[in-house]
Design a protein around this ligand. Structure first.
Ligand code: ADP
Length: 349
């Protein structure tokens, strides 16, 4: 009764004679609802592709004839509500004096494992696609130079090398971001929290981006003094730098980036990075915090991003126990907010 996997027992006619609570729960029944029913007709009648699963010759039957356990992976059992659950199971014959008298089916719900596998597959395929794009341009540009056809056209050769360098930079950023996400996600990046001045961090992050802001004709304004947080200063600097670099990328010239911090009612510090840029459509406000999600598929090439920056920001904030979100008005600007814990004495320096 206390095992987490499902256990069903059937007699030779295929009638369910015993079921444990976990088994009944996985299948969406009360245990006594299952007793006396035919196992095949109740939970094993149809395959995942919709074709009927014949009762004769099923793996569960096979266990009786073979007189030894049969292990089956990646099948489904049907639930009471008409949905199905992916399972792995072992069907073991019940022997009485060497004679088979029934079968015990021990099964595991593999939903979580399948979801994880699917996520991994999707991640690997996105990463390979993201890596292949710059690599293909890099190969083409270097191929032109290496072939010698540009020997008499040094300007064109230079142009190809510039393309190659640009794509190499993109690859390096991409690999760094992927490794960074992995480091934070796997808990390998320990937090070194202390009482930090949010105002100082905002100024330092803006200073780091001063050159690109000035180039784009963008100025900064601050209102973050006297707010303190219990946080890892390096991580927060990385987070702010990411948000500011996005704000610069998506803002017009002569606009302003406003960095503000306040305390929430519950005492948490709330930091806002406001820009007057192009804004983000309402249906993308949550999505952009996911890996490789960009509002416009051309953003990575046009703006030099990887689509991983906000996923990294989200991991950093979550590691601190805070939240991150964005509010935006198309064509008018966006404000990214995140919260951080603060100690009760945190407003005293
Ligand atoms: P990227 O490396 O592409 O900047 P991010 O994860 O940092 O990746 O951002 C994901 C996407 O969210 C961007 O490509 C852009 O479409 C959108 N975005 C992020 N910040 C802003 C902003 N301040 N204004 C408008 N769009 C933004």
């Amino acid at each position: 009764a206390s095992v987490g996997d499902g256990i069903l027992g059937i007699d030779l006619a295929g009638t369910i004679t015993v079921v444990n609570p976990a088994g009944a729960q996985i299948l969406g029944y009360k245990p006594h609802d299952l007793l006396g029913r035919n196992l095949h007709e109740t939970i094993h009648h149809t395959r995942a592709d919709g074709s009927p699963e014949p009762a004769e010759g099923s793996k569960i039957q096979e266990a009786v004839h073979l007189s030894e356990p049969v292990r089956v992976n990646d099948e489904i059992f049907w639930r009471k509500d008409g949905t199905h659950v992916p399972v792995d199971y072992v069907a073991t014959p019940l022997l009485d004096d060497g004679e088979a008298v029934g079968v015990v089916v021990a099964f595991t719900d593999t939903t979580a494992r399948r979801e994880l596998d699917q996520m991994k597959d999707e991640f690997v395929s996105t990463v390979s696609h993201e890596l292949r794009t710059p690599l293909t341009s890099l190969r083409a540009a270097l191929g032109m130079v290496a072939s010698g056809v540009l020997q008499s056209r040094p300007e064109k050769a230079q142009q190809m090398l510039d393309i190659a360098v640009g794509n190499t930079d993109r690859l390096i950023n991409l690999v760094n971001d992927i490794l960074e996400l992995e480091r934070i996600g796997s808990g390998k990046a320990e937090l070194h929290q202390s009482n930090v001045s949010v105002g100082d961090l905002c100024h330092r992050a803006a200073d780091l981006q001063q050159t690109s802001a000035a180039k784009a004709g963008i100025g900064f304004r601050f209102q973050a003094e006297n707010v303190f947080a219990w946080a890892d200063p390096d991580r927060i600097l990385q987070l702010l730098t990411n948000l500011i670099s996005n704000a610069i990328k998506f803002s017009p010239a002569e606009s302003e980036i406003f960095l503000a911090a306040t305390y929430e009612a519950d005492g948490e510090a709330c930091i806002a990075v406001h820009d007057q840029g192009r804004g983000i459509p309402a249906d993308k406000l949550d999505l952009i915090f996911e890996r490789f999600q960009q509002v416009d598929a051309s953003d990575s090439r046009a703006k030099g991003g990887t689509g991983l920056g906000l996923a990294i920001c989200k991991s950093i904030v979550q590691q601190h126990g805070g939240e991150i979100w964005v509010e935006s008005e198309l064509g008018r600007g966006s404000t990214f907010y995140f919260t951080l814990p603060s100690r009760p004495s945190s407003n005293l320096r």
